[in-house]
Design a binder for this molecule. Structure first.
Ligand code: MG
Length: 160
């Protein structure tokens, strides 16, 4: 048994009039995240962490932001495709840990449902999905609520 660890980071602008999708879950909110796909900042960080752990490149390489096929793409589908490649290389996901950084939206009311959604996308129990949130203490662009960032760490195991 051997292990591989990967990390991911993403950031998207917070704007009015876009739908807000976090961790594969649509959340009722007056603001959403701007992006070519559904701009799911949590799943993008997670996708990069999975790719990084397996040594398979990065999200932008696999799903170029200027490719029309990925306009308004459901990021849960993108992570599912990444997972297929990762498992195809003989890896299984042990756990993941995610942090959302920003002043809003508040994550707490949605934490349980987002954990369950991410767990179902990855095919692991919700106890293996860590999900935390922190503000940026009013500092910089995140502190001014101009965007939301996410950090992700993933551990993979392989039988060989
Ligand atoms: Mg992104």
């Amino acid at each position: 048994m051997s292990f591989r660890v990967g990390q991911g980071y993403d950031i998207h602008r917070l704007v009015e009039g876009r739908r807000l999708v976090l961790g594969g879950l649509e959340i009722d909110s007056p603001w959403g995240l701007e992006g070519h796909s559904d701009a799911d900042v949590l799943l993008h960080a997670l996708g990069d962490a999975l790719l990084g752990a397996a040594g398979l490149g990065d999200l932008g390489e696999l799903f170029p932001p200027d490719d029309e096929r990925f306009r308004d793409a459901d990021s849960a589908d993108l992570v599912a495709e990444i997972l297929e490649r990762v498992t195809g290389e003989g890896f299984a996901v042990v756990n993941c840990d995610l942090t959302l950084v920003g002043e809003r939206p508040r994550l707490a009311p949605h934490r349980t449902s987002i954990r369950e959604r991410i767990a179902s996308i990855l095919g692991i129990p919700p106890e293996r999905v860590g999900l935390k949130a922190t503000t940026n203490e009013g500092l910089g662009a995140l502190g001014r609520s101009e965007g939301v960032a996410a950090l992700a760490v993933v551990l993979l195991e392989t039988a060989s």
